[in-house]
Design a protein around this ligand. Structure first.
Ligand code: PLP
Length: 392
């Protein structure tokens, strides 16, 4: 007998990937230039030259040493390079023992959730949220508790989060800069959340963990992105180089367990244990070395900033309602009918691929990824106009 939960996951298509696959088929049919694909968050900016240079240099070395296993948690010098960068950039006392290299933020989140929960626990997420959170939470035998964000700011609703914390709550997941809405959580929001979690910890007499999912930390348009471990001690950072260095297919990222947490040493060991249990050991080793070399390499956000401006100005002129994004490369746009899935279907008739908000746990909106060619955005404006007109 197969595991029904796993069969269900394998069988159930993700709306985003399904739309992306539809787009590929449609492009083959009618030509790529005739499809306006805003479906997926694949960075459109090339990886920095230092990535290529490092890889070429690595390939000149001894192949046996180059491709050998690293320790499960990663190469010691890579963990130290990451800890050193965290210390230098955020002024917190990060140690290498608290850094665990993973295959992207996905593996980092799966390990972190498994490390701090027991079957039957609840994990709070802020809706709208990255759909895979549900997969990892439920795979750990836990239940998802959705707490809607404040509107229209899409900052976390701290009072509602505090009210949702109960006997079974073990962790809260936040994601700033946010996918799908582009919100960047302010220092005031994070401090309020930290205050509420600390008060609840005292009330419950046990720890509450804050899992901070940060693949977009570097992708911002001027907003401050406070370092969460400096605000709440029991923070577990899930970081990725997928977006910051445009390496999504290479699968490299890490977990960093805050050194401010009084149980941080034990949590770091539990993360390593979860990595072992889930088979996330020895993250891709060449990419570990690339990450260490590029640890302070700036992200190139100029193209995303330009796309953001063209898209928001264009849609504003057409009368679309959207959330002004402070970070990441997504635009959260109000659907022109209540049923976001029906709106996304109608958009397909115009060769416009936009993801309905139902995938992210809320109704009535769509997500547009603007990490795409600028020209596609420019040429899509008459198409957005025609889509809007079809409702008038
Ligand atoms: N978390 C969020 C919010 C994301 O948007 C993504 C990817 O798009 C991930 C996690 C997973 O990232 P990675 O490619 O590093 O596994």
């Amino acid at each position: 007998m197969i595991n029904e939960q796993m069969y269900g996951l394998g069988d159930e298509p993700s709306a985003i990937r399904e739309l992306f696959a539809y787009g590929l088929a449609r492009k083959a049919e009618i030509g790529a230039e005739n499809v306006f694909d805003f479906s997926i968050g694949n960075p459109s900016v090339p990886a920095p030259a230092l990535v290529r240079d490092t890889l070429l240099e690595l390939l000149e070395g001894d192949p046996v040493a180059l491709h050998a296993y690293s320790p499960a948690a990663g190469l010691p010098e890579v963990r130290e390079a990451i800890a050193g960068s965290i210390r230098a950039r955020y002024g917190v006392p990060a140690t290498a023992a608290h850094v665990y290299l993973t295959a992207g933020a996905a593996a980092a989140l799966a390990c972190s959730i498994a490390a701090v929960t027991r079957p039957g626990d609840e994990v709070i997420v802020v809706a709208p949220y990255f759909p895979e959170y549900r997969t990892w939470i439920e795979a750990a035998g836990c239940t998802v508790v959705e707490v809607p964000a404040c509107e229209p700011s899409f900052q976390p609703d701290v009072e509602a989060i505090a009210a949702a914390i109960g006997e079974r709550t073990s962790a809260v997941i936040i994601n700033s800069p946010n996918n799908p809405v582009g919100a960047v959580y302010t220092r005031a929001s994070l401090e309020a959340l930290a205050g509420a979690l600390t008060a609840k910890e005292e009330e419950l007499g046990r720890p509450l963990y804050l899992i901070s999912d940060e693949p977009y930390r570097e992708i911002t348009y001027g907003a401050e992105v406070p370092y969460v471990p400096a605000v709440y001690p029991r923070t577990i950072v899930c970081y990725s180089y997928s977006k910051s260095l445009s390496l999504p297919g290479e699968r490299i990222g890490y977990v960093y367990v805050s050194d401010f947490a009084d149980d941080g040493d034990e949590v770091a060991v539990a993360v390593a244990g979860a990595g072992r249990a889930l088979g996330y050991v020895c993250a891709p080793v060449m990419l570990q070395r690339v990450a260490a070399r590029c640890v302070n390499e700036p992200s190139d956000v100029a193209a995303y900033a330009a796309n953001r401006r063209i898209l928001t100005e264009g849609l504003a002129a057409l009368g679309y309602e959207y959330v002004e994004p402070d970070g990441a490369f997504y635009l959260w746009v109000r659907a022109l009918e209540e049923d976001a899935a029906a709106f996304s279907e109608r958009a397909k008739d115009f060769e416009l691929l936009i993801v309905p908000s139902d995938s992210f746990g809320v109704g009535g909106w769509v997500r547009l990824s603007y990490c795409i060619a600028r020209d596609t955005i420019e040429r899509s404006m008459p198409v957005f106009a025609a889509l809007k007109q079809s409702y008038e």
